[in-house]
Design a binder for this molecule. Structure first.
Ligand code: NAP
Length: 339
């Protein structure tokens, strides 16, 4: 009998917030690599909020996920069979693998070797797409400058927490984070070194709280949340302020016509504000330095991270859906194979 692998497929398009019933676990024959390919046994897969933008049947910057097709995502694993000269059996790699137990790779695209010393799962966390998104969004997209007063939204997520800590390490005058629980806010302040934090779910007046935390205004908004937050923060931006549009977790599940908009572009004129979107993969030239530096910072305790682990491929839909209920505290990774 043929050896089998498992993967999670999209069972139907999501309407509103995703639910586990939108997905299905299936079996398929274990793929055999051809010349120039290798098969990776996945050890950890990640769940990523941005995936939601492709689950309503319409294209975004990448094509819509097809019903019945295995879910895309990021993974770390071990090469178990190789017909590629440069990738050897037994080598650990991070890569765009997906919600699967095994996948075929050809060494092209988002893939790299894992260096020993730190837990394997970190290579789909701060040493994976979230950390790289923080690094590239600050440095390239928002043109971070020393002394910037920085506001980060969804600050306790892996992107936000890393962005805030990098901004501090690079000489921000102040870093303020917005997050959705007291526990998240306490960690950001006490562990991750944010100067101030705001729980947007319990604060009486979010506008007043931001102004109180940043009375001199904001140089750099690192936004992971979406249009309503940008609209709120625009009047508080300083001259030559910069906004990195990194993510839209509050908007992904809304139909385009239901999404909040930005009413006026006047502050862009009066305060010469720059707002720029980020697709992290366009900044691949920054990845080697970013990974090496962040790995060093983690090892020295200068970059703190939170991780939540789930067990088994069938846990992936629930782990994913919880992201949109604010349940994750840090990076969610799912262990799908032995290390
Ligand atoms: N541009 C790129 O190339 C790129 C690459 C990777 C990721 N991203 C984006 O970066 C952002 C952060 O990613 P991440 O992996 O670190 O995930 P994350 O911030 O941990 O996302 C989940 C968190 O978002 C918050 N959230 C959920 N629904 C919300 C809502 N309606 N309003 C406000 N906050 C809400 C919740 O935190 P609270 O408890 O604080 O509400 C939840 O725990 C995402 O938007 C992602 O799509 C962009």
């Amino acid at each position: 009998m043929a050896e089998m692998m498992r993967h999670v497929v999209l069972a139907r398009y999501c309407e509103g917030l995703p639910v586990p019933e939108d997905f299905r676990v299936e079996e398929a024959p274990l793929p055999i690599p051809e010349d120039g390919q290798f098969r990776v046994r996945h050890v950890f897969n990640s769940v990523d909020p941005g995936t939601r933008s492709r689950l309503s049947g319409s294209d975004t910057y990448s094509a819509a996920q097809k019903i019945g097709a295995p879910m895309d995502g990021f993974s770390v694993g071990v090469i178990e069979e190789s017909k590629h000269a440069d990738w050897k059996e037994g080598q650990q790699v991070f890569f765009a693998g997906g919600w699967r137990s095994h996948s075929i790779q050809n060494g092209k695209g988002f893939i790299g070797p894992v260096y020993p010393g730190l837990p394997l799962s970190y290579w789909i966390g701060v040493l994976g797409v979230p950390g790289l998104t923080a690094w590239c969004g600050l440095k390239e997209t928002a043109q971070f400058r020393e002394d910037d007063a920085v506001l980060v939204t969804s600050a306790a997520g892996p992107v936000g927490a890393t962005a805030g800590q990098l901004a501090k390490a690079w000489g921000a005058s102040k870093v303020v984070g917005i997050a959705g629980s007291d526990q998240k806010c306490a960690w950001l302040k006490n562990e991750a070194g944010f100067d101030a934090v705001i729980n947007y779910k319990t604060v009486d007046d979010l506008d007043a709280a931001i102004s109180e935390a940043m009375p001199d205004g904001i140089d750099l908004l690192y936004d992971n949340v979406g249009n309503a937050m940008i609209e709120r923060v625009l009047p508080k931006m300083k001259l030559n302020g910069r906004i990195c549009v990194a993510g839209q977790v509050a908007d992904y599940s809304l139909a385009l016509e239901d999404r909040p908009g930005i009413r006026t572009t006047t502050p862009f004129i009066t305060h010469q504000i720059m707002m720029r979107g980020l697709v992290v993969f366009y900044h691949a030239k920054l990845f080697p330095e970013a990974l090496q530096t962040m790995a060093g910072m983690i090892a020295k305790g200068e970059l703190k991270l939170k991780e939540e682990r789930f067990e088994g491929l069938e846990a992936m839909p629930e782990a994913f859906c919880g992201l949109f209920r604010g349940e994750n505290f840090g990076r969610r990774v799912v262990k799908v194979g032995e290390e």
